[in-house]
Ligand binder design. Structure first.
Ligand SMILES: [Zn+2]
Length: 227
């Protein structure tokens, strides 16, 4: 049995509520269909992670359906199986200590780039501020495998988003709301990229400007974002 004190219990309860609401938002914004995609977050300063269960509808999901796991993939709380993409989430938390929340979607335009094997270049300001530049396509890995997890971490590098070849995308943040925003902005940028290509080609922002905008976001804007 694990020792869960009142303070930890409250953190777990609050995080499960936040994840439930984010799941409903994923469906209402059209970023996932059915039970696809998944959401996770670190539980405060502990090494535990809250993650959506495998194969459950977001609209009928209950608080206790959100599974609590440790970083060795063992279940701490919850009767359901965690998302089959748990290794992917855990690999990112291990590689990036500053990331506290991860949202994985199968949104349409991001998937278009992912199946075409085309990185989303640094073409629009909101994207480069929140993601940190271009969004790379990670090498293909079969769903649920360590290969997918390793490739995703490599593709992500120091950014906040990565496309998964022939699969979908991942958005990361210091909060669930930031990770959700990353997913929305990557989807928007992917659609802008596609339309711009029809008009003769998207023009990239200068590398210096990308860096300045990213620094500005991290220094000023990010600190003002709350959960
Ligand atoms: Zn997926």
């Amino acid at each position: 049995m694990h020792n869960i004190n009142t303070e930890l219990e409250k953190i777990i309860h609050d995080m499960r509520r936040i994840i439930l609401n984010a799941g409903i938002e994923l469906v209402s914004k059209g970023l996932v269909a059915g039970t696809w995609g998944n959401i996770s977050a670190r539980i405060g300063k502990s090494s535990w992670i809250a993650i959506t269960p495998s194969g459950r509808d977001y609209l009928t999901m209950q608080e206790e359906d959100i599974v609590i796991v440790d970083q060795g993939c063992s279940r701490i709380l919850g009767n359901l199986n965690p998302s089959s993409e748990m290794p992917l989430h855990i690999a990112i938390y291990k590689a990036r200590p500053e990331i506290d929340a991860i949202v994985h979607t199968h949104s349409t335009f991001a998937s278009v780039c992912a199946v075409a094997g085309r990185d989303i270049p640094p073409i629009i300001e909101d994207l480069v501020q929140i993601v940190g530049g271009s969004v790379r396509v990670a090498e293909y890995g079969f769903p649920g495998t360590d290969v997918l997890a390793e490739n995703a971490v490599k593709g992500l590098a120091d950014k906040q988003a990565v496309l998964l070849a022939n699969h979908g995308m991942i958005g990361c943040g210091s909060t669930i709301s930031e990770a959700m925003m990353v997913c929305e902005l990557v989807e928007k940028a992917a659609s802008i990229y596609l339309y711009a290509q029809q008009l003769g080609g998207a023009k990239e922002l200068a590398a210096d400007d990308v860096l300045r905008m990213r620094e500005f976001y991290l220094k000023h804007y990010r600190l003002q974002r709350g959960e």
